[in-house]
Every structure is written in structure tokens, then in C-alpha cells.
Design a protein around this ligand. Structure first.
Ligand SMILES: *Cc1c(COP(=O)(O)O)cnc(C)c1O
Length: 219
């Protein structure tokens, strides 16, 4: 089933759009099957879970951190991940920068935007994004390469459209400021129920779990 699901999604994605498999709770065998079906990027929410999968699978795919990164996990995270999609504070960026400097790595990061301005959610609110990006752009071992957003949860994917639109506009605004040391290349938006809307609104990285692997079982 995983193979067919991946094939279908990959056929549907326009040129230039990359698929991230959101692999939380999935087994190594499931992830390997996805890679064999042509998947190239694995997304994980927790460092410990990613570490287990990474030890078994290694660099056969690219690894993206898509969950909130705790500072005390940064050292491990920078060894595993090829991109951290969820940077939302200068403090976290500095922690990643320092951990990368120690292993001579330059880490591409996305700035996570709290596009719904929800108080409980991670991400920087849109109006604070530019000043945060300016601060982070001075760090040597962290490279800003775009934006990521979740948007408020809703059963109806159409409800996500205004938040994707807002993030896309912010992306364009930042691109036009021509800040040195950043490269606005990736716009990570959309999950299983909303990726079609996200693509219409300009996403070029989509993070999909359920539609690849089936419903999650947390039991
Ligand atoms: C789980 C997750 C996804 C994918 O969710 P699905 O609804 O299973 O496609 C995407 N992004 C993030 C950050 C996630 O945690």
C-alpha cells in the first residue's frame, strides 16, 4: 500500500515540489518501503525517534526535523538532520549554530511561522518574522532557506487557505528585501488533508504522513 500511495502522490506533485514523508510512529520497515518507492525526504518530530530510524536507515534519504526542537537535543539533532524546518527563535538558532560549529556543519533551516497567531502553537508570528530572520542571518553555521507553517487545525482543508496565502506573501516580502546570507527557496506547507490547497498557494515542500502510511496508531 505504501508504494502505491507514494507513487500516486509523486505523480500528482508539480515539477519542483518535494515530498517529505512525516514518519512519526512509523516503523523502520515502513520507512524503508517508502524510500524504495522513490521517497527522498523523511520528516521526524522527535529526535529520539529519528535517531532510531536514522541508525537503521542512514543517509539513503534526507532527514528533516519537522517538530519543535528542544535545545538540549540540538547536539544529536544536528548530526541526524539535513534540514531543521522549525526554527522560531534566536535562542534556538544560536543553539543549533553552536552545535553545528562543533561538527563543522552548515545547517539549512526554515523559519516556522505561526500563521494563525495561536498562542499555544510554535512558530514566530508573521509580523515578527523579518526581525527574527535578520538576527539569525548573522549566524555562521545556520542558513535560512525558507519558511514553514502548519496553520490552525481544521477538518476542512479550505480553512487552511488564508494561512497558506499569508505565509506565501510573507515569503515573497522577505525574498524582496534581499537580505544577505539568506536564500528563500523552500516553502513548506500542507499535510495529508491540505496539501492540494498548499500547492495552489505556492508550497514546494509538502509534509505528508497519513496519506502515505495510513492512519496513525498511538496505542
Ligand atoms: C504529522 C505531521 C504532518 C503530517 O500529518 P498527516 O496529517 O499525517 O499527513 C505534517 N507536518 C507535521 C509538522 C507533522 O507533525
Amino acid at each position: 500500500m505504501i508504494k502505491e500511495n507514494i507513487k500516486k502522490i509523486l505523480e500528482e506533485l508539480p515539477a519542483g515540489v518535494q515530498l517529505v514523508a512525516a514518519a512519526k510512529t512509523r516503523t523502520v520497515a515502513e520507512i524503508v518501503e517508502a524510500i524504495q518507492a522513490g521517497l527522498t525526504i523523511i520528516g521526524h518530530n522527535y529526535v529520539q525517534e529519528a535517531e532510531r530510524a536514522f541508525e537503521a536507515i542512514g543517509p539513503k534519504a534526507k532527514w528533516h526535523m519537522i517538530g519543535h526542537l528542544q535545545s538540549n537535543k540540538a547536539k544529536k539533532a544536528v548530526r541526524i538532520f539535513d534540514m531543521i524546518e522549525t526554527v522560531d527563535s534566536l535562542k534556538l538558532a544560536k543553539t543549533i549554530d553552536k552545535a553545528c560549529r562543533n561538527i563543522n556543519k552548515s545547517m539549512p533551516v526554515l523559519i516556522e511561522i505561526n500563521s494563525g497567531e495561536e498562542s499555544q502553537k510554535a512558530g514566530v508570528i508573521p509580523s515578527d518574522a523579518v526581525s527574527l530572520i535578520k538576527e539569525i542571518s548573522g549566524l555562521e553555521n545556520v542558513r535560512i532557506t525558507g519558511l514553514m507553517t502548519m496553520g490552525p487545525f481544521s477538518g476542512d482543508p479550505e480553512d487552511a487557505r488564508p494561512y497558506f496565502k499569508k505565509t506565501r506573501e510573507l515569503f515573497k516580502d522577505i525574498e524582496q528585501t534581499n537580505l544577505s546570507g539568506i536564500e528563500m527557496r523552500y516553502l513548506s506547507m500542507g499535510m495529508s488533508n491540505s496539501y492540494r490547497i498548499a500547492l495552489e498557494e505556492g508550497a514546494n515542500l509538502v509534509r505528508i504522513g497519513t496519506r502515505i502510511f495510513g492512519e496513525r496508531d498511538y496505542s
